[in-house]
Every structure is written in C-alpha cells, then in structure tokens.
Design a protein around this ligand. Structure first.
Ligand code: SF4
Length: 252
C-alpha cells in the first residue's frame, strides 16, 4: 500500500494508510471540533458525513460540522425500512442545518429483494438484507469521496471499542474519521443540551438506538441502549463498520 494516495476526485495527494495511522495517534484526545477541522483541511469537498438521524451522537456531530463548514455532504441511507418519524425528522433537520444531503437508496426495492431472495428478506435475513440495503449503497456513494466521518463511539459496543480517530478502509476506498470515538454518553447528551441540538423524537418514546423499524424496539431503562436492535437475533451491528457484516475489524 503506498504511503500517500491520489485523490479520487482531483489530483491532490492525500495521506496514505500509514500517515493516517500517525494522524490518528496525534489526534487522540483532541477536541472533536479540532478533528473536524483537520478533516476539512485535509479533504475539502472530498469529505462526507454519514448520518442515520437515529442517535444523539450523530446529531451532535452534524451540529459541530455545520459550525465549521457548509460544504460537507451528508450521506444518509434510506433502506426502505426506516421509521416514518426518522424520515420526517431528517427533512426537518436538513432544513435547519442547510448542508448538502444525499439520500442513498438500495439498488433493489423491498419487493424486488423479496422476489429475488424470498419472503424472509422482508426482515428476517439480516446480514444479506443489511448488505444490500445499507453497505452497498454506502460503498457506491463513497466511490465519489476520499473520506467520511461517522458518529460511532468506542463505548457503544464491544466491537466498536477499537475504533480509531482516523483509519484507512480498503473496503470503501476512503479514510474513515470518528471525531467522537472517545466520547462518553454523558458528553454526547451534555453537548446536545448545551447547543439545543434536535434529536429523533423516538428517543423520547423509549427507543435508545434507532435503526430499521422491523428490527428496532424500545428498551427498558436498565437495558443496554442497543438491546432493542435485532432483538433476539445473533447480530449487533449492521456491518457498515465491519468487514462483510461480520464481527471482524476492518482496518481498525
Ligand atoms: S437493519 Fe434489518 S431491515 Fe434494515 S437493512 Fe438491516 S436487515 Fe434489513
């Protein structure tokens, strides 16, 4: 792997995997706003934000980015299974923040997916469904970007504990930046409250982590926030942050 990479969008020379490793170490402990500024300076309009409009961290990150630049494109995936409340909230939020937004959609409609793979593909074959409806649309979109930011945090799941601030991801052919990787729940909600950041209304109705409607349920106060995702199934991640949808780190 070369030390430096040529931008997919223009002739700019961008940091390669090893340089990103050093940058990640350097940015460890930095304020997320400084990490965002580094990303904007490094990637310019080759930088995107991936947002699901489901959790507080993604909204905090969107708010921070909007105060640094209005040029970062927000990529959001509409799987065809998202809550009506999430779709409405997304429209309301994007009117407020005025960042460019791209709604990514799967190549197959839900009906085409069911016709090709069977009735269980309405909700019950999560890895293949997530591959078609989440991972592939993001892969196609990131062919047009050099780097993407995400709100994932280390404390969310054991699989996310090794998240680096910046890392190269072969699978997407782009750098992945997680400015909030080291943040606690308390830091997220303190930011949301202090800056009056809007959050998905379902978070006030017992949901603590919001994904697709068929596989998301409210949780009790003493349950893990992500216990309501794929409840009863042997799955805790959609696979966007994991190689082939399995619990294998990519370049973390
Ligand atoms: S979360 Fe469920 S419904 Fe949504 S894409 Fe994945 S398997 Fe399909």
């Amino acid at each position: 792997m070369p030390e430096a990479l040529r931008s997919q969008r223009n002739k700019t020379i961008l940091p390669g995997p090893e340089q990103l490793g050093r940058a990640s170490e350097h940015l460890e402990g930095a304020d997320p706003r400084d990490i965002i500024e580094w990303a904007v300076d490094t990637y310019g309009d080759g930088l995107a934000l991936s947002a699901s409009f489901g959790g507080g961290e993604g909204m905090a990150l969107l708010d921070m980015i909007s105060k640094v630049t209005k040029d970062v494109t927000v990529l959001t995936i509409d799987t065809g299974f998202i809550f009506k409340e999430t779709a409405e909230f997304r429209e309301e939020v994007m009117r407020r923040y005025k960042l460019p937004v791209e709604v990514l959609r799967p190549a197959l409609t839900v009906e085409e997916q069911v016709e090709r793979y069977g009735e269980q593909m309405r909700t019950c074959t999560p890895n293949l469904c997530c591959q078609i409806r989440k991972i592939e649309p993001l892969q196609r979109a990131l062919e047009r970007y050099d780097a993407w930011m995400t709100g994932i945090r280390r404390v969310q799941t054991p699989q996310r504990a090794g998240t680096r601030i910046v890392a190269w991801e072969d699978r997407y052919g782009a750098a992945k930046i997680a400015p909030l990787a080291s943040w606690t729940d308390e830091q997220v909600w303190a930011y949301v409250e202090k800056h009056d950041v809007p959050v998905n209304p379902l978070l006030h109705q017992g949901y603590k982590s919001i994904g697709c409607e068929p596989q998301t349920r409210p949780v009790h106060h003493d349950e893990d926030p992500r216990a309501g995702r794929w409840s009863g199934l042997d799955k805790t991640e959609c696979g966007i942050h994991w190689a082939n949808g399995k619990a294998e780190p990519t370049s973390f």
